[in-house]
Design a protein around this ligand. Structure first.
Ligand SMILES: [Zn+2]
Ligand SMILES: [Zn+2]
Length: 106
């Protein structure tokens, strides 16, 4: 037995996983030095992750600024209360059947 070995050998441990190794733009510093990561929790034994018990939410880990909340994907047009014309690319309040700017059917 190893004396003074205080680190517990089994249990739930957080584990940082890289979701996407491709560099992403950091929302704070604007540089492409952030990577999409996630903090999962694993049931581990003897430091070997055996089973993922919890999938964490994704975040951006910037090498300059640290962890940043991941940019949320753009909400659908219906939920944002705004429509965008696919012809002239102007935005206007939702509910139009025809673009109020170019008059084309949406
Ligand atoms: Zn940054
Ligand atoms: Zn239009």
């Amino acid at each position: 037995m190893q004396e003074g070995f205080f680190i517990f050998i089994g249990g739930i441990q957080p584990r940082r996983v890289t979701v996407d190794p491709a560099p992403r733009r950091c929302p704070r510093c604007g540089l492409h030095t952030a990577r999409l990561q996630r903090m999962d929790h694993y049931l581990s034994l003897f430091f070997i992750p055996l089973l993922r018990v919890k999938t964490g939410s994704e975040f951006l880990a910037c090498s300059r600024c640290g962890e940043q909340p991941a940019a949320s994907p753009d909400p659908p047009a219906e939920e944002s209360g705004e429509g965008v014309c696919r012809f002239c690319r102007k935005s206007f309040p939702a509910g139009y059947l025809y673009c109020p700017l170019c008059g084309r059917r949406l």
